[in-house]
Ligand binder design. Structure first.
Ligand code: ATP
Ligand code: MG
Length: 474
C-alpha cells in the first residue's frame, strides 16, 4: 500500500513553508521597507523644518553668516549621518554640509523642480543623478517672511535605512521559522492522532479483503476515528459470521441430501443385483419412498426459506381472516396422526370468530409447523392445547404440548436453520430442522413476535402475536 496520505501531509507542510518564505520575502519585505522609509522620513522632516525655520531663516534674515550656517549644518549632518543642503528655489546650492566650497562653485541641481516631490515631502531615488545609489531625500521650505526663498534638503543613503529593515526582516524570518517548527509538531501530533489510526484501519481492511477476519484494529477512542474503527470491526465480524453461516448452511444441506441419497442408491443397487430378494422388495421400496419424500420436503423448505432473508423483502398478501377457523382446520388436518398416537388437540379459542390482518397462507403454515412439532415431540396419550387470546389490538396464539421439552441450552438455537436437538433426532428422522426457521421468518416479516417457553421433560409452549383486524371494532 502506498503511503500517499502521509506524503500529502508532508507535501502540504513543505508547501506551507515555501509559501510562508515567499510571503515574508516579498510582501512583508515590501511593507517593512515602506514603513521604515515613512518613519525615517518623518524624523528627517521634523529635523528639516527645524533647520528651515531656525538656521536657514536666520541666514536669509541676515542674522547668520554663511560660514556659520555651513558649520552648523556640518555638525548636525555628522551627528545624524546625513547630508544637508540649503538651496534656493531654482535649485542653486547655497550650502552643502558635505562640501564647504559648494557656494563658491555656484553649483546647481540640474533639472531641479520642487513639484517632483508631488504631494509628499520625501522621495527615494538618486536625486537628479547626483548620487550613485538610492537616497531618501526630505525637503522643507524656508519661509522667513511667508515667502518661499529656498529649501532645506536632507539626504540619507537608503542603505543605512535598509540595515534597520533587514533587522526587522530577520525577526520576521525567525518568527516564520518558529511557526514552521510549531507546524511540524502539529504535523507529528496529527500523524499520531489521525494518520496512524487510519493506517491501522486500512491494514485491517486489507486483512479482511484477504479473508483474515481475526485481525483486530485495536482503536478504542471516543472520536470519529474510534467510531469508524468500531464500525469496520463490526462489519468484519458480520461478514465473518455470514461466511460461517453460509458454510454451515451448505454443509448442512449437502449432508441432509447425501444421507437419503446414499441409502436410496444402496437399496436400489441391492434390489437390482438381487441382494434383496423379491419378497423383501416392498419394505425397501417403502424406505426409498420415505427418503424421497424427505428430500422433497427438504427442497421445498430450502426454496421457501430462500424467499426470506435479512435484506430481501418478503412479499406478504395481507388480508383479514378468522384465525380461529384456520386453527380448527389445521387441527382437523392432524386428526389422522393424532388418533394414531392417541393424542388429543384441545382448542381454547377466544370468541366464535377472531379476525386478524395477516398473510393467511403463511400464518396457516406457522400453525401447521408448530402443531406438527407439538405432535412429533409429544408422548402418546397426551394432549395438545391451541389457544387464542385477545389483548388490546393484538391476538396471542399459543401452541402448547406436554412432550419431551427443549433443553435449556438449545432454546435459542431452535430457530436456527437445520437445528435439531439431540434428543429429537431419534424421535423424528424425517425432520429437516427448517420448520421453526420458516416460522420465525414469517412472524418477523409480519413485524410480530414469537417466543418459546419450555422445560425439558415437561413440555413446550410457542406463543406468537398477530394484529387484530380493525374491522372487528365496527
Ligand atoms: P421439520 O420442521 O422440517 O419437520 P424439525 O421439526 O426437526 O424439522 P424445527 O421445526 O425447526 O425442525 O424444530 C427444530 C428442533 O426444535 C426440533 O428438531 C426439536 O429438537 C425442537 N423442537 C421444536 N418444537 C419442539 C417441541 N414442541 N417440543 C420439543 N422440541 C421441539
Ligand atoms: Mg418442525
Amino acid at each position: 500500500m502506498k503511503q500517499t496520505l502521509y506524503l500529502k501531509f508532508l507535501a502540504g507542510y513543505l508547501i506551507f513553508g515555501i509559501l510562508g518564505f515567499l510571503l515574508v520575502s516579498t510582501l512583508t519585505n515590501y511593507a517593512l521597507r515602506s514603513q521604515v522609509q515613512a518613519a525615517e522620513s518623518r524624523t528627517l522632516y521634523t529635523e528639516c523644518t527645524e533647520i528651515a525655520s531656525s538656521y536657514a531663516s536666520n541666514y536669509y534674515n541676515g542674522n547668520m553668516k554663511l560660514s556659520n550656517l555651513h558649520s552648523y549644518l556640518e555638525t548636525i549632518s555628522q551627528y545624524m549621518n546625513t547630508n544637508i543642503e540649503v538651496i534656493d528655489v531654482s535649485g542653486r546650492i547655497i550650502v552643502d554640509s558635505g562640501d564647504s566650497e559648494a557656494f563658491h562653485n555656484e553649483a546647481a541641481i540640474q533639472g531641479f523642480n520642487i513639484n517632483d516631490f508631488g504631494n509628499r515631502y520625501y522621495m527615494v531615488n538618486q536625486f537628479y543623478g547626483r548620487f550613485s545609489e538610492d537616497y531618501l531625500t526630505v525637503f522643507a521650505p524656508i519661509t522667513p517672511s511667508y515667502k518661499v526663498l529656498g529649501y532645506v534638503l536632507i539626504h540619507k543613503p537608503i542603505a543605512d535605512i535598509s540595515d534597520y529593515t533587514y533587522q526587522l526582516l530577520d525577526v520576521a524570518y525567525i518568527t516564520l521559522l518558529l511557526i514552521f517548527l510549531l507546524a511540524f509538531i502539529i504535523l507529528l501530533v496529527f500523524s499520531l492522532l489521525i494518520y496512524r489510526p487510519i493506517h491501522k484501519i486500512t491494514l485491517a481492511a486489507d486483512a479482511y479483503i484477504n479473508g483474515d477476519f481475526s485481525h483486530k484494529i485495536g482503536i478504542h477512542t471516543q472520536d470519529e476515528i474510534g467510531h469508524l474503527a468500531a464500525a469496520v470491526d463490526y462489519m468484519a465480524n458480520e461478514l465473518n459470521t455470514l461466511e460461517d453461516d453460509q458454510r454451515k448452511f451448505v454443509s448442512n444441506v449437502s449432508h441432509d441430501f447425501r444421507s437419503p441419497l446414499t441409502s436410496i442408491k444402496g437399496y436400489i443397487e441391492a434390489i437390482l443385483d438381487g441382494t434383496i430378494p423379491y419378497e423383501m422388495q416392498d419394505k425397501y421400496l417403502n424406505i426409498i419412498l420415505f427418503e424421497t419424500e424427505r428430500l422433497n420436503k427438504l427442497t421445498s423448505s430450502i426454496l421457501e426459506l430462500n424467499q426470506f432473508g435479512s435484506h430481501g423483502k418478503t412479499i406478504l398478501y395481507m388480508n383479514n381472516f378468522d384465525i380461529n377457523y384456520i386453527i380448527r382446520m389445521t387441527a382437523l388436518a392432524f386428526e389422522g396422526i393424532c388418533s394414531e398416537k392417541h393424542i388429543s388437540i384441545e382448542l381454547i379459542l377466544s370468541g366464535q370468530n377472531l379476525y386478524v390482518t395477516a398473510d393467511m397462507a403463511k400464518i396457516q403454515q406457522v400453525i401447521y409447523n408448530l402443531t406438527d412439532n407439538a405432535i412429533k415431540f409429544s408422548h402418546p396419550d397426551s394432549s395438545i392445547t391451541v389457544e387464542t387470546t385477545e389483548k388490546n389490538d393484538k391476538v396471542f396464539v399459543s401452541v402448547k404440548d406436554s412432550g419431551i421439552g427443549i433443553p435449556k441450552e438449545s432454546l435459542k438455537k431452535v430457530w436456527e436453520r437445520f437445528y435439531k436437538t439431540d434428543a429429537s433426532r431419534g424421535k423424528d428422522k424425517r425432520g429437516t430442522g427448517l420448520g421453526l426457521s420458516i416460522v420465525k421468518e414469517i412472524i418477523q416479516a409480519h413485524g410480530e413476535n414469537i417466543n418459546v417457553i419450555s422445560t425439558e421433560g415437561v413440555g413446550t409452549e410457542f406463543i406468537f402475536t398477530l394484529s387484530l383486524s380493525k374491522e372487528q371494532y365496527k
